[in-house]
Write a protein that binds this ligand. Sequence first.
Ligand code: NAI
Ligand code: MG
Length: 496
Amino acid sequence: MQNPMAIDPFALAQALSGVHLIDGELRAAASGRTFDVVNPATGEVVARAAYGEAADVDAAVRAAKAAQPAWARRRARERGALVVECGRRLAEHVEELGRLVALETGKALRTESRVEAGVLADIFLYYGGLGSELKGETIPFNPDMLTMTLREPLGVVGAIIPWNVPMLLMALKVAPALVAGNTVVVKSAEEAPLACLRAVQIMSEVLPKGVLNILSGYGPECGAPLTAHPDVRKVSFTGSVETGKIIATAAAQRLVPATLELGGKSPMIVCADADLGRAIDGAIVGMRFTRQGQSCTAASRMFVHEQVFEPFIEGVTARVNAMKMGDPLDEATDIGTIISPGQFQKVRDYIALAGAAPGAKAYACSRLPEDPRLAKGLFVQPHVFTGIPNDHRVCREEIFGPVTCVMAWRDFDAVIEQANDTEFGLSATIWTRDLRHALNATQRLQAGFVQVNQNLVVQSMLSYGGVKNSGLGKEASLEAMLEHFTTKKTVIINMT
Ligand code: NAI
Ligand code: MG
């Protein structure tokens, strides 16, 4: 374990400046250009990341392509063992990775960033054990013909990731892709390139060169050439619906598969008979208040039975009021900052729009930090709104900030209909002691992940992904590795 006091994230950030990791080595961008990495809690530039463009993408994809046949020819258990070793080393660096991601994203170290670093390691440990699950089938097609399917890797995978949980979302793509025998080129999010680069650097001490490469850069200049590269055989993306559609279109042009994990506007339904204390805890976790609501599964629409509406609002607002906003690197901090000035403005615009809705009531919770060092920090008070109808823009569009709308309901069928009345379908929860309501809701809610009386976050062994505009394909779980990072070959052997 690392000694937390000995880790200076500012020095680490400097040390990671100006490079990609391509073919096992740290390299500057072909153009020599860099861009600023900013600490959103202070506005200070903490590092300069390599400015990836088409030439860098090409170098990384070539390295990944060259490394892929030998990687795929290793025994699956051996690839898995190396991926487990990646997980072990990442687990030894949790403290360092947690601090780096807190510095670049503004997510509080204790409540979010350290947790993310732990999950990163766990995802590699999980997938590393699945090498021998890359099984095909034998098929009773014809007694004279031995017929079987083989699971084969796709080739080079392009992984494009966002900034909200960058390491975790990178792991959900990289770990299964590698175990299945693919090689990978990651494009990190421009807002958060450092922790992912450091994680890949740690893994590159274990993996053969070229097997895992990472570039930093902007979407159109670095992400688009990666999706368009003729040697990339699969694209895996997490981010906005808008960019997801651009990527799906680019992948369709080349007829390569794309997995898309997009946004959400996830409903939480609280029945009159629910254990209210548990539901309030679930609302705090579900809305990801400690991550400033920057989650694709954020429970941003809460439907609460009118009989328990007032105590629910009281409970949730009291809990959020008790949370401390402040320096993300301070252990006492519960809530850090929004990622970037653009997102900060977007969230504040939605808060203004919600506040202007007729009948809206706003509960602004917690307190902005007073520390003058944080005066330029992108802090936003969590807002709980009531009195905003489900068809208002604030209830229809993904805000990706600490803003939730709580709506009262009376009729069960009507509330299920309202919960489903959205373009998204990622996650949903229902809180009740009535088995009929619970079972009905699990059948009828249109979402990829439905929970009753709890709100767990993504688990490595459970399939995760949305319906409707929330995406295409699943992540996490064995199925995600088999279905999204392999192709099936049918083999028939005539024995006559
Ligand atoms: P985005 O979807 O534009 O960015 C995500 C990733 O895609 C980044 O690495 C970016 O560089 C890359 N990208 C952007 N344009 C691209 C292109 N043309 N080709 C290839 N790659 C491209 O998301 P952004 O702008 O950071 O956030 C906007 C909104 O997206 C947020 O307010 C939120 O609603 C949603 N979002 C959802 C996330 C999720 O977990 N589902 C994560 C981040 C954002
Ligand atoms: Mg964008």
